[in-house]
Design a protein around this ligand. Structure first.
Ligand code: NDP
Ligand code: HSE
Length: 443
């Protein structure tokens, strides 16, 4: 049996999970792939810390550089999170021609392009299955299993923490902060949970998927992001009445030039966004609840397909990290002869369309004064902007000086829609900042 030695840098939630799963299933993994995977280092900040997963003292250390430079180390796994130290760990390892596995989507999103160039320069690979959708093997699906396709659309629930919070708010009507704390205790949330709730973590993942399918590295600043902080239990209830649920959706549409059918894929145009979206209850994404993630993919050959599983947490993420360790072990010994690179920059040029020009349907909720003429003022602003109304609801018998007024509006470019929204917010009869969500059609 051939042996590979792996240094795990970071022994927290995910690192602990990787250690634990290798102890549990190491013999089975070796029987399947022909490599015995031995962990020679687990590097942490504080070896004295009490850990839910017991890691023996003989492998624990605090010096990541020593673990990376150890001539015995074949493969490095970066699981510390954050940007600066993580980047140093990854680049130092690649320069040593050691394959690296990382679950760090923030790092990949910000510095991915440079790190892949570095890996290529040193004849090695950077693997990142666990960086998107936890335990769902979506990276492998996009780069290998769907290689026959031009992928045109992806709609993803890609943040477990947000989906957990929204599910609990809708079902149990509990407060946002209380549920967030629960998600942190369960090991789902990022060290800095604003990355989750402000949509940035889903943005990182959406950008990574967009890059793989389009073949150019998507600059993260080009992705429109809106988090879940503005969603109230009332919005979830109204969405429910209207036949929808609200999910944080990462959306990718990849278009190719019409006149350039054959080679259009060389010059892709992308629309990317992450925002709370009304999902029709009849759509499969509406039933993805709790920490579960799902990625709905359309390809021109395969048609529609759906990938579902746990999007965060110790064991699910460890499963993806270990699949990369096995790939790296096999690749290492075959000298990358039979390998599809984790990221291939095949596009000649690529463009991300400005969100201002992207067209969608929207839901608007206004807190409006309950008196004659209010509706006329609201509808005239929408008419001035050529925005059509598809439905309008004001709950009957609402007590109080103001009433919630909900409108569903049709097909408007975001720039036009947001100008109309600003004007609605300035009306004297509208008493607080208008709330809006995109309405997903997924067509
Ligand atoms: P944790 O905070 O639980 O673990 C981080 C680990 O890194 C800890 O063991 C910490 O040591 C160690 N560490 C931090 N800085 C250093 C340093 N300078 N030198 C040595 N060790 C260091 O994070 P997670 O395990 O949750 O996340 C790790 C990565 O995986 C992140 O990039 C995250 O985004 C990603 N990820 C997380 C998922 C999840 O569900 N949690 C899912 C998918 C990806 P110590 O224990 O002593 O503090
Ligand atoms: N914080 C992330 C989430 C971890 O909740 O989805 C998995 O990437």
């Amino acid at each position: 049996m051939r042996k590979v030695k792996v240094a795990i840098i970071g022994g927290g939630t995910v690192g602990g999970g990787v250690w634990q799963a290798l102890q549990k299933n190491g013999a089975l993994i070796a029987a399947r792939c022909g490599y015995e995977i031995e962990v020679n280092h687990v590097v942490v900040r504080d070896p004295a810390k009490k850990r839910p997963v017991r890691i023996p003292k003989r492998v624990l250390s605090t010096d990541w550089r020593a673990a990376v430079m150890d001539p015995q180390t074949d493969i490095v796994v970066e699981l510390v999170g954050g940007l600066e130290t993580a980047e140093e760990i990854v680049s130092t390892s690649l320069k040593q021609r050691k394959p690296v596995i990382s679950a760090n989507k923030a790092l990949l999103s910000a510095r991915g392009a440079a790190l892949w160039k570095l890996a290529r320069k040193h004849g090695t690979h950077l693997y990142f299955e666990a960086s998107v959708a936890g335990g769902i093997p979506i990276i492998k699906v996009l780069r290998e299993s769907l290689v026959a396709n031009r992928i045109t659309d992806i709609y993803a629930i890609a943040n477990g923490t947000c989906n957990y919070i929204l599910t609990k708010m809708a079902r149990e009507g509990r407060a946002f902060d209380e549920i967030l704390k629960e998600a942190q205790d369960l090991g789902y949330a990022e060290a800095e949970p604003s990355l989750d709730v402000d949509g940035l973590d889903a943005m990182h993942k959406t950008g990574i998927m967009g890059s793989i399918l389009s073949g150019f590295w998507v600059p993260e600043k080009s992705i429109f992001v809106k988090g879940i902080r503005d969603i109230s239990p009332m919005d979830l209830q109204f969405a429910d009445w209207l036949g929808y649920t609200i999910k944080l959706i990462g959306s990718i549409r990849c278009m190719h030039s019409e006149k350039d059918q054959k080679d259009g894929w060389k010059r892709p145009v992308l629309e990317l966004s992450v925002e709370p979206t009304l999902v029709p209850k009849s759509h499969v994404l509406a039933s993805v609840d709790g920490v579960f993630n799902a990625v709905f993919v359309k390809g021109d050959v395969v048609g529609e397909s759906l990938y579902y599983g746990r999007g965060a947490g110790q064991d699910a993420t460890a499963s993806s990290v270990i699949s990369d360790i096995v790939d790296a072990a096999c690749d290492l010994h075959q000298e990358y002869e039979y390998t599809l690179a984790p990221f291939e920059a095949f596009a000649e040029s690529g463009v991300v369309r400005s969100h201002a020009d992207c067209v969608a349907n929207y839901f608007i909720r206004l807190e409006a004064t309950n008196r004659p003429g209010t509706m006329a003022q609201v509808t005239s602003i929408l008419a001035e902007h050529q925005i059509g109304i598809s439905s309008c609801i004001q709950p009957e018998n609402h007590v109080g000086e103001t009433v919630p007024l909900m409108l569903m509006v049709d097909q408007a470019p975001f720039s036009v829609f947001s100008r109309a929204l600003t004007q609605l917010g300035r009306l004297k009869v509208v008493r607080s900042r208008p709330v809006y969500f995109r309405v997903g059609s997924f067509e």
